[in-house]
Design a protein around this ligand. Structure first.
Ligand code: C2O
Ligand code: CU
Ligand code: CU
Length: 493
């Protein structure tokens, strides 16, 4: 048992010790004392049992720790997903990516602030049979991050074919909080797929609007049931779908107690009637089953909403369905209850932004069957005047989804540091569809992806503290991303 693990056990048992843990630099020391994690990460064709009957041909990430095993690599059950990579804040991660696919690829660490050479930009994509080295220190807060391919114009099909995995960061601050752990800490990766009658995957690239599946999988299984005890659980949801947006809610109307977003824990839990989860986003929910009866079944649904686009297909965007169930099958005891305070972070003051009076504007514009930022298509190496920022600056960026007649929601994602939502405004003409999603935005947290409904304008605050270089911003509707809804921005040193 490593020193670190025994220390964490001790902390979780001792409230006095927990109270003594200082924040900030000390939580960095935690990972710095660990040896670097070194992983061999391979993407290759394989198959997985998803539906009854024939296995489904897929692509999958597999990983091997090449340093002495410390349990960094795990799997979210028996699924086609890549292994869950578990690291400490402050820990150095070295990954040798091996591309054994039949097409070029590169891996991006979604949500992590890393040097440009390790960010998985499409300009670094490697051909089949080739490898790529990543080497970076994890500086993000504890939270639920993920990794997926990012090659130019084929990110959508590669993610869809099975290439995605979670990267869970822990730190001392999180360890000092009384949160559900181990078997009570359940990742739920949500993805939708279409299957042929022989159980192979269907991916049509025809539509410009995006791709929706009609079978919704959680951790690689259609509408799974999880057996749980009468205790509290930490559910980590990732929307790993290409285009589908979920409106997550408990079927019996119990509010969703949200404890974390993309960039980790909130300052305090927030209670929402439902939670909107657009592609790329994560949200963590505290599920309290202490007052449930053994034998009870709790259903997590995606509720109905409208006005976000993608009206066609067998399961159109916004149609309701049951996502998964939790069957209470045992009496259990834990002494946890939803904490009143979670993990504080620096809240950006927008009036301190260098461009507070004159935010950078990114207008989402339809053009020749695509959506573009400021009418510019993706260019591998180029940036415009409007896409150059300075390291250390706090800025306001404004994204506008207000083009006349716009009927499509867009989840906007930035590489590099995470950001905070400052303000949303909605064009009154779109108010009615907005009303059925707005109470499910979790804008209280640190995020790397935000959803914009048609008619919506959003202002975010962002500061580039760490790395200069060329990074991406794009729509995380992967079909939009693959069709030019992606641009670079440059962080000057
Ligand atoms: Cu999860 Cu650039 O993407
Ligand atoms: Cu990303
Ligand atoms: Cu989009």
């Amino acid at each position: 048992m490593s020193r670190e693990i025994s220390r964490r056990r001790f902390l979780s048992q001792s409230a006095a010790a927990a109270a003594a843990v200082a924040l900030g630099s000390k939580s960095f020391a935690q990972g710095r004392n660990l040896p670097p994690a070194e992983i061999l990460l391979t993407a290759a064709p394989g198959s997985a049992q998803i539906l009854p009957g024939d296995p489904t041909p897929i692509n999958r990430f597999t990983a091997k720790e090449t340093t002495p095993a410390r349990g960094i690599v795990g799997r979210p059950g028996d699924s086609f997903l890549g292994p869950t990579i578990r690291v400490q804040k402050g820990q150095r991660l070295r990954v040798l990516f091996v591309n054994n696919l039949d097409n070029k690829s590169i891996v991006h660490w979604h949500g992590l602030d890393v040097p440009e050479a390790s960010d998985g930009h499409p300009r670094f994509a490697v051909d089949p049979g080739e490898t790529f080295w990543y080497d970076f220190t994890v500086i993000n807060r504890a939270g639920t991050y993920w990794y997926h391919p990012h090659p130019d114009q084929i990110t959508g099909p590669q993610v869809y074919s099975g290439l995605a995995g979670l990267l869970v960061v822990s730190d001392d601050e999180e360890a000092s909080l009384p949160l559900p752990q181990n078997r009570a800490d359940i990742p739920c990766v949500i993805q939708d797929r279409v299957f042929n009658t022989d159980n192979s995957l269907v991916y049509e690239t025809g539509g410009r609007e995006g791709f929706l599946g009609d079978v919704v999988l959680v951790n690689g299984k259609p509408s799974p049931n999880y057996y749980v005890g009468t205790r509290c659980y930490r559910l980590r949801f990732l929307n790993g779908s290409n285009s589908r947006i979920y409106k997550l809610a408990w079927s019996d109307g119990t509010p969703m107690d949200v404890i974390a977003t993309d960039g980790g824990l909130l300052e305090a839990p927030v209670s929402k009637p439902y939670v909107m989860l657009a592609p790329g986003q994560r949200v963590e929910v505290w599920a309290d089953f202490r007052n449930r009866q053994v034998g009870e079944v709790v259903t997590l649904k995606s509720l109905e909403f409208s006005g976000a686009g993608l009206f066609g297909g067998a399961l159109p965007q916004g149609h309701p369905f049951d996502l998964m169930t939790f069957s209470i099958n045992r009496q259990e005891f834990d002494n946890l209850s939803l904490p009143k305070k979670l993990a504080p972070f620096e809240r950006y003051d927008p009036t301190k932004a260098v461009n507070y009076k004159n935010p950078r504007v990114f207008d989402i514009v339809p053009n020749a069957g695509m959506w573009l930022f400021n009418n510019l298509p993706f260019e591998m190496e180029n940036v415009s005047e409007n896409e150059i920022v300075r390291r250390g600056d706090l800025e306001i960026w404004e994204f506008k989804n207000t083009w006349p007649g716009m009927k499509m929601a867009h989840p906007i994602h930035l590489h590099g540091p995470n950001f905070q939502v400052v303000e949303r405004t909605i064009d009154p003409a779109y108010q009615s569809s907005y009303n059925n999603v707005k109470d499910g935005y979790v804008d209280e947290g640190i995020v790397d992806t935000v959803m914009l409904m048609p008619g919506e304008t959003i202002k975010i605050a962002i500061r580039w503290d760490n790395f200069a270089g060329l990074f991406l911003y794009h729509c995380h509707n992967l079909e939009h991303e693959d069709r030019m809804m992606m641009r670079n921005f440059r962080i000057l040193p």
